[in-house]
Write a protein that binds this ligand. Structure first.
Ligand code: GLN
Length: 488
């Protein structure tokens, strides 16, 4: 395997054993960017000089005989809705095209303290609204397994970079599936931690009661290590839970004996791609052979999750995006008076999908419709959560597909918003409930596109997800496959 194809834990050992230097590794990843980024377009900003300087600093530390931590010298990338001091953070929107944050998000502070090499900021759907990265105001990102296909979204740039080897690890955000679904489309591991496990201070808000930051990595070991770094209480985020953070690497054990896995019948939906269903069911069989007990469960309100999410998320988005008014934040387009100025600004600099959601959200929140739509959605959200509460009395973890199909072609679905929203059937319900979810590779379609399975856990029980994911991962080879890109 090439250096850029290796997971962080392997590269860390190579650095410690002085088989490579951080500079060699960073240069290998930069060369990979030169080779394939023109086709993949995972990045919006590449911080080449800073990356080289960071790598050199780590090498000096190693030369002095100092010990290095897990992430030191390992190249990674940050989704462009996570604030990075002094580095442009656009949310893939024209309205923030010149926004350079004066502060770091808490996760960036934590990551920086771990001393990695940051390669840049990754592409995404504008303000994280979408599932294909086609809603980026700049350009779509391509799937490294087939550059005619979408990488998923909204963290499509992060997932594509990790899959293509233009980053070893990445951070994404997940409001309704934006870490897990691109992970599944790109054949990498992605985790949305429990709501409140990771600080969102400095994450540009989309829907605040749903947003979470999490890791995208090449395997489960890297995921556990990255979660160790970013999890934990933060006074700057009032929704961040004040609970001790376990050492997630302790959950990297190959043992699912006696563990109860629930298969929700409502997640194996009609219209699901038969190849996805077959791969997920084969993984279930594998886990059963490894000693897990599999039971069918029912989450009866699953059918309502999409409509509930597509009321609550736009309602919160409409509120959160009020700040882009030509005065407080972002670009400004002048007009005869303040109303015209705001109208001109928002009309010119927001993309179609963002405008659509602002309109849906404001409609759902408006005086005459609040009770019928927004309040009703909140009540259904409660029912969705209660389904999980009941299920978790019976099982330790829930397993289902991450997405109803493998990655589809760029342009295939984007003109039909409803069709796009329906793709989120398996991922949005757990955001509504605040639960942790994880996508890991479990196979390939006959066209060679990755397929992912999703694990859903009890609140703050990321450890069980990691344990099940690791046990499954180590029993097969899907996480070791790499896309053939750049004429290798
Ligand atoms: N696809 C979903 C949406 O469009 C989820 C996005 C996300 O998780 N940020 O809202």
């Amino acid at each position: 395997m090439k250096l850029y194809e290796q997971p962080a834990h392997v590269l860390h050992d190579m650095l410690v054993n002085k088989e490579i230097t951080a500079l060699e590794l960073t240069e290998a990843v930069l060369a990979r960017i030169d080779e394939v980024e023109g086709d993949v377009k995972a990045y919006l900003t590449i911080t080449r000089d800073e990356a080289v300087a960071q790598a050199k600093a780590v090498d000096e530390k190693i030369a002095k005989g100092e010990a290095i931590g897990f992430l030191e010298g390992i190249p990674g990338a940050i989704k462009d809705n996570i604030c990075t001091k002094g580095v442009k953070t656009t949310c893939a929107s024209k309205i923030l095209q010149n926004f350079v944050p004066p502060y770091n998000a808490t996760v960036v502070e934590k990551i920086n303290a771990a001393n990695p090499v940051i390669m840049g900021k990754t592409n995404m759907d504008e303000f994280a609204m979408g599932g294909s990265t086609e809603n980026s105001a700049y350009y779509p990102t391509a799937n490294p397994w087939n550059t005619d296909c979408v990488p998923g979204g909204s963290s499509g740039g992060s997932a594509a970079a990790v899959a293509a080897g233009t980053a070893i690890w990445a951070l994404g955000s997940d409001t309704g599936g934006s870490i897990r679904q691109p992970a599944s489309f790109c054949g990498v591991v992605g985790m949305k931690p429990t709501y409140g496990r990771v600080s969102r201070y400095g994450l540009v808000a989309y829907a605040s009661s749903l947003d979470q930051i999490g890791p995208l990595t090449k395997d489960v070991t890297d995921c556990a290590n990255l979660l160790n770094i970013i999890a934990g209480h933060d006074e700057m985020d009032s929704t961040c839970v004040n609970e001790e953070v376990p050492d997630y690497t302790k959950a990297l054990v190959q043992d699912v004996k006696g563990l109860k896995i629930g298969l929700p019948k409502e997640y194996f939906v009609k219209g699901m791609d038969p190849e996805v269903e077959a791969s997920v069911r084969a993984a279930v069989k594998q886990l059963e052979d490894l000693g897990a007990e599999v039971v069918e469960i029912s989450l009866p309100n699953t059918d309502y999750a999409i409509s509930t999410y597509y009321l609550i998320a736009p309602a919160e988005a409409a509120t959160n995006l009020q700040r882009y008014d030509g005065v407080s934040y972002g670009m400004r387009e002048d007009g005869a008076d303040i109303v015209e100025m705001m109208t001109n600004t928002r009309s010119k600099y927001f993309g179609e999908e963002v405008k659509r959601r602002i309109m849906i959200g404001n409609y759902a929140l408006s005086a005459g419709y609040y009770d019928a739509y927004y309040l009703k959605a909140l009540k259904v959200r409660r029912l969705v959560k209660e389904d999980y509460d009941k299920a978790f009395k019976q099982v330790d973890v829930i397993l289902c597909p991450t997405a109803p199909s493998p990655a589809y072609k760029i342009g295939e679905k984007i003109s039909d918003p409803l069709e796009m929203y329906l793709q989120d059937a398996c991922t949005v319900p757990l955001n509504l409930a605040g639960l942790p979810g994880m996508s890991i590779p479990c196979g390939f379609s006959k066209d060679g596109m990755p397929i992912g399975l999703q694990l859903i856990g009890k609140a703050l029980d990321e450890e069980t997800l990691i344990r099940v994911a690791y046990t499954y991962e180590q029993s097969q080879k899907y996480h070791e496959a790499r896309p053939q890109l750049g004429g290798k």
